[in-house]
Ligand binder design. Structure first.
Ligand SMILES: [Zn+2]
Length: 270
């Protein structure tokens, strides 16, 4: 079955997050995603939030999301708005995250292949800092999300692996010191490269993504009751299976370029 490319650009996410936070978007960000904005407002009745929690699970393709929908269905209770995006080319981790958080195309932010230099152009983190807000990134040490947004006056938490990242994020939600928390996990990406996108091991990694997102959502529900919170499940790119059998990504094909994000707004409890 031939799939089509999605058409809504992932680069429209950046300005959308800023719009909900009441922050001027970064310099090169693509316009707000009206579809996502409207869906979130009708879901929650809220058009302004004071907390954003972004969970970034690496490499969950749109078709993988559908194939293992049973795993992810509980996540939609927390984040009921499913937004289909086309990511940027080449669909490689640092390229995509640089675009996700600057709203700019790769040629603009400068990461056009698998390398992890610091992004020099304006990002959502710079935009939040200018607005007097506190962002932070919690990532597996030395991964793209740990490295490419360095050099800003903000907090970076480097952890050993996914579980430690989630533990740290849960602790940070409880402490309630940050306005924007980005949480990066990678076990599915690791697993599908070593095996394939549907291996038992890869499926366990997807289970871990889903359960981690649920934990984060539950923590927000208990600890951020006095805040309006936008919560997101936001992978960077998809995945396909190569002829030799291993999983890979980086091609201009729907399997690699089409992603589904989940969003929800959890309004404050009076
Ligand atoms: Zn990736």
């Amino acid at each position: 079955m031939k799939k089509d490319f999605f058409t809504t650009p992932m680069t429209s996410l950046t300005a959308t997050l800023c719009d909900f936070a009441g922050v001027q978007p970064p310099e090169f960000a693509a316009p707000v995603c009206g579809e996502l904005k409207n869906a979130l407002i009708s879901q929650s009745g809220v058009d302004r939030v004071d907390r954003i929690l972004m969970y970034n699970p690496d490499a969950v393709a749109d078709y993988i999301y559908d194939r293992y929908y049973d795993k992810f269905a509980p996540c939609e209770k927390i984040a009921p708005v499913r937004q289909r995006f086309i990511t940027v080319y080449p669909p490689k981790t640092p390229v995509c995250f640089a675009s996700m958080y600057t709203g700019a195309q790769p040629e603009k932010h400068g990461i056009t292949k698998y390398e992890k230099p610091v992004v020099k152009i304006d990002s959502v983190f710079d935009a939040f800092i200018r607005a007097g807000k506190k962002p932070c990134i919690v990532s597996v040490k030395n991964q793209s999300m740990d490295k490419i947004f360095r050099g800003r006056d903000m907090a970076y938490y480097q952890e050993a692996y996914d579980q430690e990242v989630v533990e740290r994020a849960l602790e940070l939600i409880e402490k309630d010191e940050y306005d924007l928390i980005c949480v990066y996990n990678q076990s599915y990406d690791d697993s599908m490269h070593r095996t394939h996108p549907n291996s038992k091991r890869s499926q366990r990694a997807l289970d871990l993504y889903a359960s981690s997102f649920l934990k984060l959502g539950e923590k927000v529900n208990t600890c951020w009751q006095k805040h309006d919170t936008l919560i997101g499940f936001a992978p960077d790119h998809g995945v396909h299976r190569m002829l030799i059998g291993l999983g890979n990504h980086g091609s201009n094909i729907p399997e690699d370029m089409n992603i589904s994000h989940l969003y929800g707004i959890i309004p404050k409890k009076a």
